[in-house]
Design a protein around this ligand. Structure first.
Ligand SMILES: Nc1nc2c(c(=O)[nH]1)N[C@H]1C(S)=C(S)[C@@H](COP(=O)(O)O)O[C@H]1N2
Ligand SMILES: [Mo]
Length: 494
């Protein structure tokens, strides 16, 4: 006779699933060894491009809650189903220990396989085993006792969850101590680049607007996975493969002994809204990539490369663009932080953010062009950036004398910014804004500032003109597929 799982079985299975999931977090922390990571990556990667595009444009950052919630649900369900299986075996064979050990083993195997971290997977397996064992125990005859058992088990699970979160937050998870100095770099040289930026910053009344260099904390992060990889610099290598004379491999030590430079470079994500905030600048320490490509002689290839990151990301674009690129291992005077690609990333001047592969692993010279990760999902974001002048809320400041200061950043990649124009009458008339002196690098933003006396309600419009004299296009479009266009409008009242 096959007994169907009862409601109490389902409850114990849920407790096993939840505690198993939290147990994985307790040992792995929010890292790539946490059970949620492979499942979340799977959910993200199997979401059709049309849906993710729509979510990015209409829901924005909040859309991450959806795939995360779904991943938690899938993970808990998987472990819960294993617990049900264990309870069924225990009852049918009348072997309670066998059933629970089996549930523990299967969940351990699954988590170890998915995360590649067998030892940490015990964090998930042990609670699954325990709650399967409790669930498989013969139910007491008296309803009161049955209820008491359920309450005690739930309370125990709740306590475990609390403890697991604290442990996962406090003790577990990867740590990359990136507080040291940048290899091969002199601090004085980096400080000098900061100084150059500071000297050119406009003296703004606005106190919250970023300056010409963003801090590491405020620098945006865009990653295909919610879980950034942990790559130790000693373990890192970069290989150049494909249609090359000889394959080349480079270690971190070899890389950081190459001629070092400190460049101010601005990054902008193609997926951001017109007046979005995925636009930032840092002082990057690294080396030009050209010498590396000269060595391998890209003769015979299609003229394009695929670059791969440790997180499974890949992007394809012309070798020509890469030749002006930069391999960076330092950011704002620190070794590259984990979120921005530790230990090494590539920076491609003037192109959309997606070409700047983080945790770079391999450069493949292709025979034929193939789509990259985002291009497979309908984006066209490997080319040069669109011109934009931002006017964030922090850029609108009422001065003591009743006038209003409008300030922001403008960026046009390597075309540079020639001027920024401001209209306070919805685009009828235009005036030129004050601009920060250009930074002595080729792919950077500029700050602008404009003051006016408000009377009544104003529709303020800003637009930039790039270094080639082209006015930022007025035509409005959303970010997909090739970057938002239009002019930023804002209503300012007296
Ligand atoms: N390996 C890897 N590199 C990546 C990405 C990624 O998901 N994985 N995202 C790209 C995108 S879309 C952008 S806009 C930039 C963002 O860089 P940041 O996170 O340092 O701001 O990194 C690019 N490089
Ligand atoms: Mo991006």
């Amino acid at each position: 006779m096959i007994e169907r799982p009862t409601r109490t079985d389902a409850l114990f299975a849920a407790l096993a699933g939840i505690t198993g999931f939290v147990g994985s977090y307790a040992t792995a922390g929010y890292s790539r060894s946490f059970l949620m990571q492979p499942i979340d990556d799977f959910v993200i990667n199997s979401t059709p491009g049309a849906i993710s595009q729509w979510m990015i444009a209409n829901v924005g950052e909040e859309s991450h809650h959806f795939h995360r919630a779904l991943s938690v649900l899938i993970a808990v369900t998987l472990l819960g189903v294993i617990a049900i299986g264990g309870m069924t075996v225990a009852r049918r064979l009348d072997r309670r220990i066998l059933g629970s050990v089996l549930a523990g083993l299967v969940s351990w195997g699954l988590v170890a396989l998915l995360t590649g971290a067998p030892l940490l997977a015990l964090g998930a397996a042990v609670p699954v085993l325990a709650f399967t064992a409790i669930g498989a125990a013969p139910a007491p005859a008296a309803p009161d006792h049955r209820r008491r058992r359920v309450v005690a088990a739930s309370a125990g699970a709740l306590g475990f969850v609390g403890l697991g979160f604290v442990t996962g937050n406090t003790f577990a998870g990867p740590s990359l101590d990136t507080g040291d100095a940048v290899p091969g770099a002199s601090k004085a040289d980096i400080d000098q680049r900061f100084q150059e930026a500071r000297e050119r910053e406009l003296d703004l009344a606005s106190t919250e607007l970023p300056g010409l260099v963003s801090t590491i904390d405020e620098f945006f992060r865009t990653s295909i996975s919610g879980f950034d990889p942990t790559v130790e610099s000693e373990e890192w290598t970069l290989s150049v493969t494909g249609e090359v004379g000889t394959d080349a491999e480079l270690t971190y030590d070899e890389l950081t002994q190459m001629p070092v430079e400190h460049r101010l470079i601005t990054l902008r994500c193609v997926g951001e809204n017109l007046n979005g905030k995925k636009l930032d600048t840092a002082v990057w320490t690294g080396t030009p990539i050209r010498s590396l490509l000269d060595e391998v002689d890209p003769e015979g290839a299609c003229g394009c490369v695929m670059i791969y990151g440790e997180d499974g990301y890949y992007v394809q674009f012309p070798v020509e663009a890469l030749e002006d690129g930069f391999l960076a291992w330092g950011m704002n005077g620190q070794p590259l932080p984990r979120k921005n690609g530790h230990p090494v990333r590539v920076l491609v001047p003037g192109h959309w953010g997606e070409t700047n592969v983080k945790w770079i692993q391999e450069i493949e010279l292709l025979e034929e062009a193939e789509d990259g990760y985002w291009e497979e999902r309908g984006w066209e974001g490997t080319g040069p950036v669109n011109t934009v002048a931002k006017l964030w809320d922090e850029g609108v400041t009422r001065l003591d004398d009743g006038r209003v200061e409008l300030a922001g950043h403008a960026y046009a990649g390597t075309r540079g910014i020639d001027r920024v124009e401001v209209s306070t009458d919805a685009g009828e008339t235009w005036a030129e804004a004050e601009l920060s002196e250009p930074l002595p690098d080729e792919d950077v933003w500029r700050q602008y500032r404009y003051e006016f006396e408000p009377d009544d309600i104003h529709e303020v419009v800003v637009r930039a003109v790039d270094g080639e004299g082209t006015v930022q296009t007025e035509e409005q479009s959303g970010p997909a597929p090739s970057g938002a266009t239009g002019w930023v409008h804002k209503t300012v009242t007296e």
